[in-house]
Each structure stands twice: as C-alpha cells, then as structure tokens.
Design a protein around this ligand. Structure first.
Ligand SMILES: Nc1ncnc2c1ncn2[C@@H]1O[C@H](COP(=O)(O)OP(=O)(O)O)[C@@H](O)[C@H]1O
Ligand SMILES: O=P(O)(O)O[C@H]1O[C@H](CO)[C@@H](O[C@H]2O[C@H](CO)[C@@H](O)[C@H](O)[C@H]2O)[C@H](O)[C@H]1O
Length: 476
C-alpha cells in the first residue's frame, strides 16, 4: 500500500467519523493520529476488522479513541449504501467496499457468535490484537437471531438480536472499567428488579504495560414490552393537550402514578448500588470541591455558549450555595446521566438503563461516588424537558402555543416532579437539601446547554429557559 492510499483511506474514515451521531468533536476537523487494528474471531465471510481510532479530542487539548468495526465486500452492497465508509485497495483483500459493520447483519452475526462460542475459548486468551468475548452466567442466546440496528440519537451503537439480547458497542472508549458494565454486573448479581440482566461484554487487551483493557461493548437481556419514559411522557402531554381539562390531574393521560412508581424504582436502584459499592461521607472540604467543580463547568460552558455567559453571574451563587450545605452528605455510586430516556416501562415495572454516566466526562470521574441527588436532579430536569419539548413540537406542528397549553405543560411538569419525589422519598428518606438539589439542577442544565449547542441547536432554548428561571431563584 502506498502512502497516498493510506492517506486516502484515513481521510475517508475521518469524513465518516465527522458525520457520526456518536462523534463528540462536532464542528472541529477530525484529526486522526493512529489506528489500532484488532482481529475479530471467526471473521471471514464477510471480512471484518475492528479499529480503535485515535483522534484529537473534542476540546482540542488531548486524544480520544473511537471504536469503529468495519465489514468489507468485493462488490458494492446496495442495502448498505448508507453505511459506506469508502472503497479502496486492501493489501490482503484487494478491491474492497468498506461499511460500518453495525449496519450489516451478516457482520453482526460474528459478534453474536463471539458470545455463544465464548465458553469454548473462541479467542486465544493471549491474543493481544483480538476482540475478546466474556459471558456472565448462562444466557439463553439464539445463535441464529438476526441483528437490527437501533436508530436514533445514541452516544453508542446498539443492536438487538431478535428479542433475546441487546448489544451495545461503545464508540468513545477509554482504557479501564466501563461503568455501564461494572454497575450492571453488580446490580445483576444483587438481583435488582430494575435493570436488564448483564449477559457479557467484549474487550481488547491493554496496549502498554500500564494500560488497562479497553472495554468495547456490552451484551444484556433484551427487555420485551419496553416503552421508554421519554416517549411515554410526551404521549401523556399530547393527551393533555387534546383533552379539554382544567388540570393535568383530570387528563386521561395523567402520568403522576407512573412518575411516582419511577421515583420508587430509582430509589431502589440507589439502595442496591449503595449495598453493592458501599457509601462514603462528604464533609465541608468535599462540598467546597464540588462547588469549585461546578463553577469550573459553568465557566467552561460560558466560554462556549454566549447565553450561558450572560446568566453566569446569577447562577454562580446557586452553585456556591453547596459550600453552606450542612454535612455530612452521604455519597455512593450513582447513574450519573439519569433522564427519562434512560428509563423503560415494561410489564414488570420500570427499568433503568445506560449506567455509563455523562458521555463527555472522563471515565475516572464517571466512576467516582457522588450524591444520589445528582440523579434526582437529572430526572427533575427531564420532566421540564418533556414539558418544554412538547410545547416546541406543538409550535412546529400548529404554528403557535396558546397560553393554556403552556400553562398545562408546566403544571404537568410540576405535578410529575412532586410525584417522582414522593415515590423516591418512600424508599430513600434522606432529608432533601434544597440547596444541593438546586445546584445539581443548575449543573445539569449547564451541561445540557453545551450538549444542545453542540448536538441539537434547536433545543438549546430548553436548558436556557431553565437556567433563566433558576437564575431568578434566591440563593440564600
Ligand atoms: N435492555 C434493553 N432492552 C430493550 N431495549 C433497550 C435495552 N437497553 C436499551 N434499550 C433501548 O436502546 C436505547 C439506547 O440504549 P442506551 O443504553 O441508552 O444507549 P446509548 O448509550 O447509546 O444512549 C434506549 O433508549 C432504549 O430504547
Ligand atoms: O442518552 P445519552 O447518554 O446519549 O445522553 C445524552 O443525550 C440526551 C438526549 O438524548 C441528553 O438528554 C437531554 O435531552 C433529553 C430529551 O431528549 C432529556 O430527557 C434530558 O433531560 C436532557 O438532559 C443527555 O443530557 C445527554 O447526556
């Protein structure tokens, strides 16, 4: 292969990365520094390779690694045209057309086989350049199940194997333990009713002697009959708008009983996590450090989003309020990025998914114990998002928002926040510290403003409106 071939191939990969939903560095040119190539056990037909691509990080100061599995065909595949990375001459395979393998069910069958064969030592344990498969317990996997890629706004790529298992390939990967695997393993072992059972995971061995393995993905139970909390909340709001009622309580789609049950479920998950990982206490110094971190994040957001900069002077005192919280505050492992989209309602009750934490945070930070009120604040923000998002949808569909719809949506959010908190409080009766909860809500809305500015600018108004309301609260 010539240097020009190599450069052309890298450019095609960079172009693909720049458009991928899961690529965090939107808006900056993708600069590839190195590409590690892993082999896939059993690969042949189709040819498959797994790459770990090192790029300049989203903020330009460091390096990020992306997990990119590719499948190769000698002839173009019409059905995979949307997932084409490029066509080139490969030193071993000759002329190839390379596709993002998650879209290719022939390729994904190799991953399923990796798990079904894992007990039979499909990968040589000392093969440092192979993807390794690990299975937990004896999952009932159907080796013939066909994969379906989940479409939508995901940070990772998820495929369903029939209605038995779901595999999520992590896209941005860091050496070390991935919290999604670690927490699901602990909750599965503890017999939690509120999560999908962990079936297994895949990783690649460490590169250097100081490195830890690179966890590449997770296999878990497919939750049948699942509807996500976000969709259910929007549907409740649509019913509210259609009903001619005075309050959300009288609407046929009232969500409060579900919000209450969800509060109970989140609290039970917190309890199980506290039992599995233990608890610690935060004193005044830790609370001061938390305030510093939050103020630092506000300052970074202010530099990136001008509207946040305008509000920053009024928001800072709310974050500084954490310094006055009367400790000790109990901390433990938490979800870290909890919102309605991370909850699934099944016939067996509410389930919580995706324990990865905020995708933008470094792994070590995401694994650090925190106050469970961070998760509670995430849910409260999400009820507000649902109310405001539904008004925005209405504006786009109907052309304007009448004042009764706006008032109804806001009452809906308040009602469900109260119901959620009441359910949470039934299980975890820790005294609620308003200042701490408010600071977490500000911190989350600040994060959301940056997230929306980067990923969904038309939704930026939602966290900004929340920040404006919060900025008007009395910090004392
Ligand atoms: N165990 C499961 N069973 C069925 N559907 C699931 C399961 N886990 C997740 N999902 C669906 O897949 C979507 C993406 O999963 P998630 O873990 O949130 O991925 P990401 O990290 O990419 O955001 C969820 O919104 C949910 O609809
Ligand atoms: O689900 P992810 O781990 O990818 O989380 C990221 O994307 C979320 C959006 O999909 C984002 O959540 C924000 O929007 C939601 C509505 O789409 C809303 O329910 C959440 O409250 C709001 O934070 C999340 O912040 C981001 O990390």
């Amino acid at each position: 292969m010539t240097v020009t071939d190599q450069a052309e191939r890298t450019a095609k990969l960079a172009a693909y990365l720049s458009t991928a939903r899961w690529y965090a560095g939107k808006g900056r040119e993708v600069e590839i520094h190195s590409v590690r190539r892993l082999t896939m056990p059993g690969a042949g037909d189709p040819a498959v390779r797994v790459f770990v691509v090192e790029v300049t990080s989203a903020d330009g100061t460091g390096r990020d690694h992306y997990h990119v599995p590719l499948s190769y065909y000698p002839e173009p595949r019409e059905d995979l045209a949307h997932a084409l990375i490029g066509s080139w001459t490969d030193e071993q395979l000759g002329e190839v057309h390379a596709y993002d393998a998650v879209h290719d069910h022939h390729a994904m069958a190799l991953w399923l086989r990796g798990f079904t064969d894992a007990g039979a030592a499909a990968t040589a344990p000392d093969d440092r350049e192979a993807v390794h498969f690990h299975v937990v317990g004896e999952p009932d996997l159907d080796p013939e199940a066909r994969s379906t890629l989940l479409s939508g706004e995901q940070s990772n790529s998820s495929v369903f194997f029939g209605d038995t298992a779901m595999m999520k390939l992590f896209r941005r990967v860091t050496p070390g333990v991935n919290p999604d695997i670690e927490i699901l393993a602990a909750l599965t072992e503890a017999g939690s009713d509120h999560v999908a059972t962990l079936y297994g995971w895949m990783d690649a061995p460490a590169l250097g002697t100081d490195d830890e393995p690179l966890q590449l993905g997770i296999l878990q139970q497919f939750l049948t009959t699942a509807s996500d909390g976000w969709g259910l909340a929007l549907s409740s709001l649509r019913t509210l708008f259609a009903d001619d009622v005075d309050t959300p309580r009288s609407s046929g789609g009232d969500f409060a009983a579900e919000a209450h049950r969800l509060g109970v479920a989140v609290a039970e998950v917190h309890e199980t996590m506290a039992g599995a990982f233990g608890t610690e206490q935060w004193g005044p110094d830790d609370l001061a450090a938390l305030a510093d971190t939050m103020v630092g994040r506000l300052d970074a957001a202010a530099a990136a989003v001008p509207e946040v900069a305008e509000l920053a002077p009024s928001l800072r005192p709310l974050l500084d309020g954490v310094r006055r919280v009367e400790g000790p505050v109990t901390i433990q492992r938490v979800h870290g990025d909890l919102h309605l989209g991370q909850t699934l309602r099944t016939v067996r009750g509410w389930k919580i998914i995706d324990f990865e934490g905020e995708p933008a945070k470094p792994l070590a930070e995401r694994r650090r114990p925190d106050s469970p009120w961070r998760d509670v604040a995430g849910m409260l923000r999400s009820f507000d998002y649902a109310a405001e998002g539904s008004l925005q949808d209405r504006l786009e569909a109907v052309g304007d928002i009448d004042s009764s719809a706006a008032q109804g949506a806001r009452e809906w959010a308040a009602r469900n926040v109260n119901a959620f908190l009441a359910g949470y409080d039934e299980v975890c009766a820790d005294d609620l510290d308003e200042a701490l909860l408010t600071a977490y809500a500000v911190d989350k809305a600040v994060y959301e403003a940056v997230y929306e500015a980067r990923n969904r600018p038309t939704w930026l108004s939602i966290p900004l409106a929340a920040l404006r309301r919060l900025a008007a609260t009395d910090p004392s």
